[in-house]
Ligand binder design. Structure first.
Ligand SMILES: [Fe+2]
Length: 310
């Protein structure tokens, strides 16, 4: 990859990156790695433990999310089901499944390191999100740094300020502890404070760390790539959020500090390391996620209950 991935970068973007929501032009939608055929091939052999398939309720049934499986359908049929249904498929950590996506991600971050002084995250991952016409991603915030790259179709993205009341330390603690991003309170009046941007193929969106956002697909199949990255300050904030969430939920103590240096930080780092893989955290997380449907081969866009006879 010798051609630049960002095709319209100028020095204002270097100054604004990470501080303001930014919509920029890119060329990944023209790459053969992101054609519908290449995506179908990818789905054909995608490991079960690396994807999430989520079915959404009918319009108006907010927060009706369920997790399911593709049921071994060929990738082309999975994409067709999504095109006709109300679902999204997240091919998580695609850079670990196919080397070519890792190379693309590395090229992207090398380019960003050249363009944004001091920006060189130690860790980056990406996922490919295939979602139905009019599907929504509800209001939420993410702990890692994130951007969204539009490949096929179009969507409208609302980006809110990364400050209270839109996001509070307690929200970030809950995300770190329970591994679920969608329980943040949202009110329609928040939208008056959002930046609202439409994304078409060849556009990407970057926003400040932890800025809440929500997404509405337009009336077409959507394929996007989500990119997440962690540098040292972000890594330490994640540790503090997890430790403070444990203090609050496991030990009933109101966290007093969000410092990412000093003795308080280091004792939290030790505590969360001791507890994070333990039975209590596993139980709390499992209670918030369960797989209960798979795609119906005979009826594209429809699902079968996993407990029901196929
Ligand atoms: Fe997100």
């Amino acid at each position: 990859m010798n051609d630049p991935i960002f095709t319209s970068w100028d020095e204002t973007h270097s100054a604004l990156w990470g501080h303001q929501p930014l919509r920029l032009q890119h060329r990944l939608h023209q790459s053969p790695l992101f054609s519908r055929e290449a995506l179908a091939d990818l789905i054909d052999t995608y490991p079960r433990d690396r994807y999430s398939l989520v079915h959404m309720g009918a319009p108006g049934q907010r927060k009706f999310w369920r997790e399911g499986e593709t049921g071994g359908l060929p990738g082309a049929q999975v994409i067709e089901s999504i095109a006709q249904g109300r679902m999204w498929l997240n091919l998580r950590n695609v850079e670990t499944v196919d080397r070519r996506y890792r190379d693309t991600l590395d090229a992207m971050f090398e380019e960003l390191a050249r363009r944004v002084p001091g920006f060189s995250p130690a860790k980056s991952t990406c996922g490919i999100l295939i979602s139905s016409p009019n599907a929504q991603v509800y209001y939420h915030a993410d702990l890692p740094g994130q951007h969204l790259w539009q490949i096929i179709g179009a969507k409208r993205v609302y980006v809110y300020p990364s400050t209270p009341p839109f996001v509070t330390p307690r929200h970030l603690e809950d995300i770190a502890l329970f591994d679920v991003e969608v329980d943040m309170p949202y009110a329609p009046w928040y939208d008056a404070h959002a930046q609202v941007m439409e994304l078409s193929p060849g556009q990407m969106l970057s926003w400040p760390l932890n800025a809440p956002h929500r997404v509405e697909n337009l009336d077409c199949l959507n394929v996007s790539m989500t990119v997440s990255f962690v540098d040292e300050p972000i890594r330490r904030k994640q540790i503090v959020n997890l430790a403070n969430g444990m203090l609050r939920h496991r030990f009933g103590r109101e966290p007093a500090s969000h410092a990412i240096t000093g003795p308080g930080y280091w004792s939290k780092a030790v505590m969360q390391k001791l507890l994070r893989d333990g039975a209590w955290v596993k139980k709390e997380r499992a209670a918030r996620r369960a797989v209960d449907f798979r795609l119906d081969a005979a009826r594209p866009g429809q699902i079968l209950e996993l407990s029901a006879p196929a």
